[in-house]
Unconditional design. Structure first.
Length: 270
């Protein structure tokens, strides 16, 4: 399970415990939502947020002063005919984003650490990535996508959302960048997001640039690597180096193909 799907540690405080509750509607009758809200109130839950998270599903952010009431809610819901419980747990980041935007972030079927977006969902992507970048310590996030789909712009916007500055270790935005040294010691603080173009670094980076990459990797700061497939192919790092991968497409059926971009990157400055 990805750390995005584990509870985010924000659930317990002196005023109670938070839960994410989601159900699927089996029989959509008039007054159903009111009945569920009344049930939650009788059990002592405060409804902090409510949203439709799918065509037939509703999600709630609940708070209770007694954690044991969750088991009672679970028992009662199992006896109801009109709804089917999907989840009752401490809220994860995916749960909170679903409540905020009314949809769940798509997750790869065979890669538990892969999360998928299309361009129409850039607001959701920036929200999601921004919340990740707020977390302390080092995390390495790969971002896949065809050229000019909006990867770099989304990473920069997410850095702003997280109230962090960003620096391009390597990039092709506006001009080709290959950092040869970290400008000053402030760049080693946790207030920065380091952005690496995996193709530029692995195909055009010299020994001096790779030393900077190694220095960045040793920092307790978030690192976002575009074109992670090319980076893995041409460096000593493998997929275990990444905490998660985000995919961005123009439409759900778009193929992400790195070969053409890899060949283009290899020809730069020839």
């Amino acid at each position: 399970m990805s750390n995005v799907d584990r509870h985010d540690g924000l659930g317990a405080d002196s005023r109670g415990v938070e839960f994410y509750f989601q159900y699927r509607i089996v029989h959509n009758r008039p007054g159903l939502l009111g009945d569920i809200a009344s049930l939650l109130g009788m059990l002592g839950f405060n409804i902090m947020k409510l949203a439709n998270v799918s065509e037939d599903g509703r999600g709630f952010l609940l708070k209770s002063e007694r954690a044991e009431t969750a088991e009672l809610l679970k028992t009662i819901v199992r006896s109801l005919d009109d709804i089917e419980m999907v989840a009752l747990r401490q809220p994860s980041l995916r749960d909170r984003i679903a409540l905020r935007h009314g949809r769940y972030i798509e997750r790869g079927d065979d890669e538990m650490r892969t999360y998928r977006f299309v361009r129409d969902e850039l607001g959701v992507l920036v929200d999601f990535l921004g919340e990740l970048l707020k977390r302390p310590g080092r995390q390495v996030i790969g971002v896949r996508g065809q050229p000019r789909v909006g990867k770099t712009e989304s990473i920069v916007a997410a850095s702003v959302y997280a109230n962090k500055r960003w620096t391009f270790v390597s990039s092709t935005l506006l001009k080709q960048t290959l950092l040869k040294e970290l400008p000053d010691e402030n760049f080693s603080s946790g207030g920065f997001v380091y952005i690496i173009d995996g193709a530029v670094t692995s195909l055009r980076g010299d020994e001096t640039h790779m030393r900077v990459v190694d220095e960045v990797i040793g920092l307790q700061s978030p690192i976002v690597i575009e074109h992670p497939d090319i980076f893995v192919k041409h460096t000593r790092f493998d997929w275990s180096f990444f905490d998660m991968v985000i995919e961005l497409r123009r439409h759900p059926q778009e193929l992400i193909e790195s070969e053409a971009y890899e060949q283009e990157a290899a020809r730069w400055q020839e």
